[in-house]
Design a binder for this molecule. Sequence first.
Ligand code: SF4
Ligand code: SF4
Length: 191
Amino acid sequence: MSNPQEGKTLKEQLWDPVAGFGVTFRTMFKKVVTEQYPFEKQPTAPRFHGRHQLNRWPDGLEKCIGCELCAWACPADAIYVEGGSNSDAPDGERFSPGERYGRVYQINYLRCILCGLCIEACPTRALTMTNEYELADDNRADLIYEKSDLLAPLLPGMEQPPHPMRLGDFEGDYYRGTFKAAGGSSEEATS
Ligand code: SF4
Ligand code: SF4
């Protein structure tokens, strides 16, 4: 059996094995970069693409008009929308200004790649993205978010739909912003 040290110089026999630990010793005194997630959560970049949000007008009505443009823009086919009709009749219901609202709204986070094309397509800024990134779950069904999971919370001054338009007589008043904010600005509801 051959001697593994055979043919090696004295430096190679004595110094090189010790030098290998130099990397270990140097690293021991460097600043630790390991992130202790989930015990310590780091803030995201302000424009980080996280979970979606369906926004409201300052009176609480929904901004979504059920047009499906977000669904058509999605490259992953992750959005499903069914529109419904608003009505001001005594037995009718109004969820958004204008004719239509998003009656069914789902985002499948098993498919979504958080690219943001859907929010670019939305004509009313109903759909935006939050900084929330904790979207893992232990079953497939819970990763299909329903409208109730995505709707922005009601802020002070907002009223749970269905209810009539409170900020103007026509949807144009909402879209042009020619209304007096009730309780908070529309931008507060979209952040
Ligand atoms: S972020 Fe991209 S993949 Fe996700 S729903 Fe929107 S368009 Fe589809
Ligand atoms: S979120 Fe925007 S693009 Fe999607 S259906 Fe609603 S209004 Fe249309």
